[in-house]
Design a protein around this ligand. Structure first.
Ligand SMILES: NC(=O)c1ccc[n+]([C@@H]2O[C@H](COP(=O)([O-])OP(=O)(O)OC[C@H]3O[C@@H](n4cnc5c(N)ncnc54)[C@H](OP(=O)(O)O)[C@@H]3O)[C@@H](O)[C@H]2O)c1
Length: 304
């Protein structure tokens, strides 16, 4: 039996859906909101829910729960490792952070969790996920209105680019690893993915110039990229309602981008995906369109 945590979240939900349709696979959803009927209650902040929730689970798909200060995340993730051990879980698949993010502040709880899981006694597979496509996509959407008006796309990339990856691709790989692991265990073997750490970053790095090109195409007017400073970014974030730890992490991500450290050097993405990775360019075009930012030339020709 496979249990997926965090199924009301974006990644957990996609993984659950991918596993649901497979005949020989028994999958159980885990969520803080579970009541034991449609889904089990899995709350990393409540170890009692884990002792009960992990009963009978062979393969645990452990989605990181990183939205908190580090000490809280470490306590949560440590509780998952302890409960998996106590419940006799055979294999844990953990969604971590890609190595191009090694120097980001968000890396610390991920690497700590990897170390903690390595103590077993279960087998482990680490899925080192790249930054989601949603990050440049969010910046493109935020900047689209100003770009439509002024022809400038302002964002804190410097000259850096990021090897982002579509969440759907990450989910497809998690589904594959979970299914193959469950089948290997059912056949009395160790998973072919046991002890493996996969780097999962996209093949096409994207930065400010690339987003400006997409906006040029989508808005039907020339858009130029202009880098903004980390001080300006900090000022903008401080007035945005973000929590202090989120501001720390966001600044750290963009310090790394500006330093040129966020392009993948090696990725297992294409080797593990059944299809070619979803192009980040297409996601941004679709999001800008869905955000109501139509091409000016198209809308004006429609009106005449
Ligand atoms: N690679 C990246 O670019 C990136 C970006 C942002 C975040 N992340 C990390 O990747 C994870 C998954 O991403 P996502 O897009 O699916 O995030 P998401 O949509 O925000 O979902 C995160 C889910 O984590 C679960 N969760 C939160 N606190 C929990 C707790 N105390 N115990 C158990 N589950 C808890 C919740 O699921 P339930 O409500 O169903 O319990 C929540 O919906 C995030 O949690 C974060 O650690 C990665």
């Amino acid at each position: 039996m496979i249990l997926v945590t965090g199924v009301t979240g974006g990644l957990g939900g996609l993984i659950l859906n991918g596993l649901k349709g497979i005949d020989d696979i028994e999958v159980v959803p885990g969520t803080r909101k579970g009541d034991g009927s449609a889904a089990r209650r899995i709350d990393f902040d409540d170890p009692a829910s884990l002792a009960e929730g992990f009963a009978g689970v062979d393969v645990l798909v452990f989605i990181s729960a990183g939205y908190a200060e580090d000490d809280i995340v470490l306590a949560r993730h440590g509780a998952v490792a302890d409960a998996a051990r106590a419940a006799g879980v055979k294999h844990v698949i953990y969604t971590s952070l890609a190595s191009s993010g090694e120097r980001m502040t968000i890396a610390l709880p991920h690497r700590w969790t990897e170390d903690r899981l390595a103590n077993g006694p279960f087998e482990v597979t680490i899925l080192r996920n790249g930054l989601y496509t949603e990050i440049p996509l969010g910046l493109a959407l935020t900047g689209a209105a100003m770009a439509a008006e002024t022809g400038i796309f302002a964002a804190p990339f410097g000259d850096g680019r990021v090897s982002v990856v579509a969440k759907e691709d990450l989910a497809d790989i998690a589904v594959r690893v979970a299914v193959e692991t469950d089948r290997d265990l059912a056949a009395g073997n160790q998973s072919r993915h046991a002890g493996r750490t996969y780097e999962l970053e996209g093949p096409t790095p994207i930065g400010g110039n690339e987003i400006a090109e997409v906006l040029t195409e989508s808005l039907g007017r020339p858009v130029t990229y202009q880098s903004i400073s980390l001080s300006d970014l900090r000022q903008g974030l401080e007035g945005s309602g973000m929590l202090p730890y989120q501001i720390t992490h966001t600044l750290s991500i963009f310090s790394n981008v500006k330093a040129g450290w966020t392009e993948a050097r090696h990725s297992d993405l294409e080797a593990l995906l059944p299809n070619v990775p979803r192009p980040v360019h297409d996601s941004i075009v679709a999001a800008v369109k869905a955000g109501g930012f139509e091409s000016q030339s198209l809308s004006s020709s429609g009106e005449s």
